[in-house]
Design a protein around this ligand. Structure first.
Ligand code: PLZ
Length: 430
């Protein structure tokens, strides 16, 4: 498919609007929609809708298609595996693909220690399993999560997640023994390391803490990059206190930030790493990878799932990992990121209302604020909607909803990225 933006109708066009009518009668409004175009095809960095519009994708299906939409190597791997067998359940009769993905996870995640992995279906499930494993390994109940955190929509995932509307509202009660500490937020000057550690020690009996669950960069929370050494400080504190350090690399993983995993930027080696999204190149698969002694502390049969590490998803994951390596997408993420930061910092200086430009690699965001520095969520919404009308997919984020985030596929042509940034610039300038 030609890697070119093309608008042939208004956005959304008549066919998408007709499907939207059907959708409203079949799907509850509880399932949100960023942009109500219905997709017909997607390849590389372009999404084509049912009206024939072709949009530049700066969202990657929320950081999933790092290798681009429908990468030929991934599609081929899926087709071949599907022709051989689609499902057996690894716990019933195992297959090589699952083991091979776990070997890849061991090789790619930070640290040279011996590792084991368990494969599941989604980011939420990965985080939940990480907590289960940490509890089993330590015999302790408490879990530390953070402001700005997003860890999924299952009940434990939501218990760990910070934002109330739309995620948590109406759905409680939540799991006990979860304590929310301040996350480092340099733009707002909150959550310095000492403050965070003091908060933890004052709020929880440290001897009862099983794990700290942290995103190296808060994703849904607004691409908040903690201050330098914050993550390292938390990891060190965990080590000193027998607390398992769990990195939620669901959104930051697989090249996204210009490293295989974002923890690497801080030289941090997590005890457990939760992965999902980019792992499968578009197929649903997730994992928990961790120190052998922690993973092996769980009793036989304690972990599993019917579909976890589905053979087709495993084949896709192996292909996607290979593509990231062969096409040097980690390096490409850095290049795309630098390009975005440069443009957006210039825009920040040349306009009003962009309080902060931040990110790492191809995970970049602008935080929109009012004159008094308070979050401007309305403007973020308007900017996104304007980009969508121009045929560029961008997403919002932020606990206050005032962040516009960019997560292009790592294969995106520079010229398409520039075109996308032109649209964003136009939208910001209004
Ligand atoms: N951990 C860091 O970013 C998913 C959420 C989309 P699942 N982020 C996108 C939505 O509206 O629900 C995410 C994440 C981090 C965990 C998760 C959860 O991953 O695969 O969506 O369960």
């Amino acid at each position: 498919m030609k890697q070119k933006r093309k608008l042939v109708t208004e956005i959304p066009g008549p066919r998408s609007r007709a499907l939207w009518e059907r959708r409203t009668r079949a799907v509850p409004a509880a399932v949100g929609t960023t942009l109500p175009i219905f997709v017909q095809r997607a390849q590389g960095g372009i999404v084509e809708d049912v009206d024939g519009n072709r949009l530049i994708d700066l969202g990657s299906g929320i950081a999933v298609v790092n290798v681009g939409h429908a990468h030929p190597a991934v599609v081929e791997a899926i087709a071949q595996q599907a022709a051989n067998f689609v499902h057996t359940c690894f716990q019933v009769t195992p297959y090589e693909g699952y083991v091979a993905v776990c070997e890849q996870l061991a090789a790619r995640t930070p640290g040279n220690h011996e590792k084991r992995s368990v494969l599941v279906n989604s980011g939420a499930e990965a985080v939940e399993n990480a907590v289960k494993i940490a509890r089993a390994a330590t015999g302790r109940p408490a879990v530390i999560a953070f402001d700005q955190a997003f860890h999924g929509r299952t009940l434990l995932g939501l218990s760990l997640t910070a934002k109330v509307v739309p995620y948590k509202k109406s759905f409680g009660p939540y799991a006990p023994e979860i304590y929310r500490a301040p996350f480092s937020y340099p733009f707002r000057g909150t959550g310095r390391l000492a403050e965070t550690l003091e908060w933890i020690e004052a709020s929880v009996d440290v001897s009862q803490i099983a794990c700290v669950v942290v995103e190296p960069i808060a994703g849904e929370g607004g691409f908040v990059v903690p201050e330098p050494r914050w993550l390292e400080g938390i990891a060190q504190w965990c080590r000193s206190n027998g607390v398992v350090f769990v990195a939620d690399e669901v959104q930051t993983g697989f090249g996204r930030t210009g490293a295989w995993f974002a923890s690497e930027h801080e030289g941090v080696v997590p005890d457990l790493v939760a992965t999902a999204k980019g792992l499968g190149g578009g197929m649903p698969i997730a994992g928990v990878t961790g120190r052998a002694e922690i993973m092996d502390a769980v009793h036989a049969g304690g972990l599993g799932s019917t579909f976890g590490g589905n053979p087709v998803s495993c084949a896709a994951a192996l292909a996607a990992i290979d593509v990231i390596e062969k096409e040097q997408l980690v390096e490409r993420a850095q290049m795309l990121g630098n390009r975005m930061l440069e443009r957006l910092v210039a825009l920040q200086h040349d306009t009003t209302g962009i309080g902060d430009v931040r990110g790492r690699g191809a995970m970049v965001a602008i935080e929109l604020v009012n004159d008094d520095g308070t979050p401007d969520a309305e403007r973020a919404k308007r900017v996104c909607a304007d980009c969508h009308t121009q045929g560029v997919i961008v997403l919002t984020a932020g606990t206050s909803g005032n962040v516009v985030r960019l997560l292009p596929p790592l294969v995106l042509d520079e010229s398409l990225l520039d075109e996308g940034l032109d649209a964003l610039e136009k939208a910001v300038r209004g």
